[in-house]
Design a protein around this ligand. Sequence first.
Ligand code: SF4
Length: 266
Amino acid sequence: MKDQIVITNIQRFSLHDGPGIRTTVFCKGCSLRCPWCANPENLEAQPEKYVKDGKPGVYGRYLSCDELYGEIMKDEIFYRQQGKGAGLESLPGGVTWSGGEALLQADRLEPLFRRLKEAGVHQCVETCLFVPADRLALAMEYIDLFYVDVKILDRQRCGDILHGNLDRYLANVQTLFEEGKSVVFRVPVIGGYTDDDENIGRIIELIRQYPPLKVELIKEHNLGQSKYISLGKTPPDLHTVTDAFMDCMKNEVEMDTGTAAEVCRV
Ligand code: SF4
């Protein structure tokens, strides 16, 4: 299993995981523990058993690079369609690496990243960026567009709540921008976790320092409830922020940073 990739799902015809029509691959394993995580089945790095409606199953399976490449290229026709808009909208469809944290498997994914690049397939990654620098370096050669989460930017709270090392994250953000990579920031706006004035101020500072192509403000709901229950875990009980708050935050980000922001409701 050493060279095999652990995934939970391949979602085809996805319209919300990057430009155009995309095939999204959900990789298993994440170093963070965001209290609002909508994909609890992707946290552990190994396949794990669950019980849903009295029926047992397993989240996750191992695939070789060849097998995964074959699955991805079934949708090749969509990767050739050029977008019709401007900016990000002009890009073609392609593959989006999601999770969990796909970059934790970058050493095993690297041959696949390379093969897809050689085939001319556009690649995005959705990442929390709390990953070792060498894994990021492997991916940077091949990934065209990085969707980077921006969550809790206070060092102590980041460690206590997310179990993440903020210094590692900030160093990786700096690397991406120094290398001139295309980045979209994604901010999950979660009541009681990321929506306080101090955190929003820090987010605005980060955007000013590292201007991305765009900022997406994600209004989260209590997603993934049934998956938590199937794993014998208690689902999170989140305080959802209002639409008015989201609009207000969008205006604040745009006025204070000059970067376009979009409110996304998932
Ligand atoms: S980074 Fe994403 S996958 Fe990992 S715990 Fe947070 S929300 Fe879940």
